[in-house]
Structure formats: C-alpha cells, structure tokens
Design a protein around this ligand. Sequence first.
Ligand code: PPE
Length: 309
Amino acid sequence: MPITPTKKIWMDGELVDWANATTHVLSHTLHYGTGAFEGIRAYPTAKGPAIFRLREHMERLARSCKILMIELPYGVDELCAAAEEVVRVNDLSQGCYLRPLVYLGYGEMGIYPLSSPVNTVIAAWPWGAYLGDEGVANGVRMKISSWARHHPNSMPTASKTVGGYVNSSLAKVEALKAGYDEAIMLGTDGRLSECTGENLFIVRDGLLITPPPSEAGALSGITQASITKIASDLGYPVAFESMRRDDLYLADEAFLTGTAAEVVPIHSVDDRVVGDGVPGPITKALQSTYFAAVRGERPEYESWLTYVS
Ligand code: PPE
C-alpha cells in the first residue's frame, strides 16, 4: 500500500522533515532484522483526532524491546507524547496510521546487536483500509499458507520483531500470487495461529473462538482484545481455544482483526465459503461497534482514546 508523505517524522526526540528522515545503509537492523515496531491508528472524532489504545501499543513496543534485549531509550509516557506530537504537527485530523520503529543504527557490523546505537522513530500518514474497502464490506478470500508460523523457540512470537515479518511476507506473497487476499498461518503443530498481520476469530453456534496467542504462537492483538471486550459487552461469549483448519471451513462466520486491517469478514478459506459467504450478523455487529468506538461514538469505550488537541 502506498505511503502518502506528511511533513515531519519524530526521530530520537526531534521532529525531522519527512524527506530528511533517512538512515545509513550500514544500519544494523537493515542487515540483521533486530528491531521492533508498532502499528497504531488515529481516527477523527467529534472532539478532534484520537489515537486508539496508544498506551497499550507503546507498552507492547517496550515488551518487544525487552525480549530482544534492546534498551529502549524512551519511556512509555515519552513515546505516547511523541506520537501525539506527530499527529498534531502533521495536521492529521482525518485520522492516520502511526508507525513507531526501534532500530539499531550505524556503528557495528556482525550478528551481535547490543553494541549498536538504538534509534527510535515515529512516522504517521493517512492510510486507507489495509485489505481494501471491498474486503471490509464483503469479506476477503483467504488461503492457508504452506509457510508455518514461527515456532516460539525460533522467533519470539510476542515481539513485533522487524525480521520476524519475513515469515509473514513469504505467506502474503504466496497467497496473493495464488489469487487470494490474505494468508492464514498454522503453527508448527498444525493448529491455527494467525494471519500475516492480523488475528483470527470464528463464530460457531453463537460462540466466538480465537486462538490463544501465546499457545498459538500469535501476537497478542490489541484489536483482538478490543473485540473480545466488545463481544462480551454485546452478549457474545468469547473462548480462547486452539483450533484446526476444519474449524475454519465449518465456521458459521469468520473474521480477522488488526490495527491496520481493522475488522474484516472472511468470505472463504481455501475456496470453501464460510457460512453463507456474506458477512454474518455477529461479525457485522462487532465491526460496526468497533468502528463507532474508534470514532468516539461509544462513551463506554472512550477510555481507549487519546484525544490530540
Ligand atoms: N498478528 C500480527 C502478526 C500482526 O502483525 C498484527 C498487527 C496483529 C496480529 C494484530 O495486532 P493488533 O494490531 O494489536 O490488533 N499488525 C500490524 C502491522 C501490519 C502491517 O502490515 O504492517 C498492524 O496492524 O498495524
């Protein structure tokens, strides 16, 4: 998806012009992938732009760095303030996607990462529906990937590690080249894990089921947590349960969740139509409540918003 440039990117405490926000080609992360990132969205609300679950994202960034033993030079409060500043200076009142990245910069080569300088950046730009407006409205066609999700002893799955996304990228390319919209990944034990950048839910007999992130080797999604809360508030119970591909084929409804993707119905999996092939009633109720919550239209979820004034 193309990037629309904005004015400034926050780099190590300074607001730098978009075009000058560059790094040396011998930056360590560019070679070895040791780094961590986040994806956050801000939405327009009646009270101005608001960043959705900002603190939770920055806390996850700090946890990713902890796992990688990267010493994050900023605290969560400072990162939250910097993210607000980026939305403010770039006039992003219509909403945006924010991309915090912690990477190892120029100074050392060789696999040992911990003597390289740590750089922290936050960029933001307007970004449309990640899997397309058509997908959000009518559902996406999914393919189970031949690439397995990382075994947790190969790559820490609770960390949004830069290099870890090669696994997602292989699966995404495979699915798109085969004519599908997105891939579903199984763990090395053959159980459902997640998608290349989203978590997975099914609905069966009125019950919502999603793979337990730690056991499934999936990222613990902030959207997954938001949907779990919204679902239980709407009276739909949610179970964190391990599943196999059959559970997807036989689901009444299925959808995926992620910051970039938001809430997207699944039309089919491996050419087997899920349910009636149209977004189901529970998916639609959750999706519309989520879209209302992020836009500040649901007072019960307002604590998830950080207004940028
Ligand atoms: N699993 C993975 C592997 C993942 O990358 C994401 C976020 C999720 C689940 C959902 O997590 P959450 O956003 O907290 O609900 N993926 C980010 C990056 C996407 C990208 O393509 O880049 C995102 O959605 O911002």
